[in-house]
Design a protein around this ligand. Sequence first.
Ligand code: GTP
Length: 636
Amino acid sequence: DDISRIRNFSIIAHIDHGKSTLADRLILATGGLSEREMTHGQVLDNMEIEQERGITIKAQTVRLNWKAADGETYELNLMDTPGHVDFAYEVSRSLAACEGALLVVDAAQGVEAQTLANVYQSIEHDHEIVPVINKIDLPAADPEGVKQEIEEIIGLDASQAVLASAKSGIGIPDILQAIVDRIPPPKGDRTAPLKAMLVDSWYDPYLGVVILVRVIEGVLKKGQQVKFMAAGTTHLVDRVGCMRPKIEQLPELAAGEIGFITAQIKEVAETRVGDTITDAKRPTATALPGFKEVQPVVFCGLFPVDAADFEKLRESLYKLRLNDASFSFETESSAALGFGFRCGFLGLLHLEIIQERLTREYDLDLITTAPSVVYRMHLTRSKKDATSGGRSFETGLRRGSVPPQDEREGESGSGGQIIELHNPADMPDPNRIEMIEEPWISATIYTPDEYLGAILKLCQDRRGIQKGLTYVGSGSHQRAQLTYELPLNEVVFDFYDRLKSISRGYASFDYEQIGHREGDLVKMSILVNEELVDALSMITHRGTAEARGRGMCERLKELIPRHLFKIPIQAAIGGKVIARETISAMRKDVTAKCYGGDATRKRKLLEKQKKGKAKMREYGNVSIPQEAFIAALRMG
Ligand code: GTP
């Protein structure tokens, strides 16, 4: 195979701009699948939840053969990339395996926040970027306006942008020809010792762990002994191939090519994304620049509603982790919720996806505690510290373990101890805390002007610091570009949902972490009938604690059904109550009162109550429905 006829590219696009539809079209045009196979929907999004949510979670790759205008057949390797901020790291490693990218922009929507984040990453990788203006079939399409935006906002020459409709198949051959003409072929010496990048890996029930590789130099063959340089392990390659998108076995993958291998590996956790794969007997002199461990940023507790489901939950978490080493879990016990797991996620969407899969695929009823970010607690020096010894832990998320809640040590400025707190329930005694730091993000928001006021207020209410406000685009495409620094703590609850609802879906949002900053933070507890509901404890800023506490009490008042006695609901910081509501006692014969003589309705109500019982939790003799926990955590 001639390396000059290989093209490796990815597609970058904002969510819903048509990336998956276009990928499917390219596969169809090059004969990878028939029209009938295509009608089963987007082939690159292969998980059920991905299809329903329309989000590409796992980067996939597919090889296309295409006869270009010069009569030669080219090997085009397309890497699909996820479109959501939570999975930015998966985008970055896929981009590292390519020489170019198609930048897909919706002709009616224009450039969005996520487009930008990904395109900048692509530019950092020195990619040749081919702009594709998609959905030109829409009546609202404004290709000229969008071209202007691409030039103005991104600074790319858009005069050669390809106009396309992935849905109706317009512009597809032009896109393929542009890939051949404009994206450079890879470079690499096939006679050099093997050097390949581990781009991704996933668990396949038939093949075991499948590893996606980009060969940089040398040749990767079936039967070869290879070494994973960072992991320090050796494996025998038992399959080499590519996806078209159906799996096809090949004798080898040579310099410049993208494909997969299997090597009798049992768990995804044994592979590290970004690792260098080399020949065990004739190793390459230098490894690739390396890889980044992905770190969970949002934590929450997951508890089975039925305590008997604990082992089932554990097994389900193990199964999910086989294919997603980026989330972590460890056992946690709570006075009221019993045994469960403390789990770490890349972001809120990631949390929701895992939670949904547990509920849907594994049929588990779960209680989720308030999501929390990782706080850094600087403790004052105490006698206890001097004797507690130097336990230290590896993060090692890909190894299958997680750091204990708050045992990771460091030195604070004054010589005291620094611990990382993943669970509000483990908050140390406030007297021992010298200072608390919380993670901050830099957020970029694009919005039509009419929603700007409401969005500014939202950011302000969430302790945001405005860093910039400019206008981009023109005419009907003009939008405000807003940059804000925000505490991540204020974003994890429902910022994204709120942003979408106040902008009627028009605002787009992207963020990156910018480190920890000191904050005046306190732990707020919720008491129901004088009893602490640990699942609802949260760490919050002192300035917003009262409003949050009041909101929480008000919501719980609505969510907790009346009982035969009066129920006080309180929010407290330390011993001090900052908000209070009371649920009044229920009249004894509620059914008779409400429904008079209607026997069927009465029976239905009683049945409903009985059913509901199974999903209730008892706190101080008060039954709290499972939905109340989740609903209470959604800030209004
Ligand atoms: P994520 O996977 O969530 O990142 O989305 P995506 O960018 O892959 O978008 P997808 O291909 O799922 O398309 C989003 C929606 O736009 C779908 O409803 C498509 O049918 C529609 N769509 C895609 N391309 C076109 C097009 O050219 N014209 C029109 N009218 N609709 C399109």
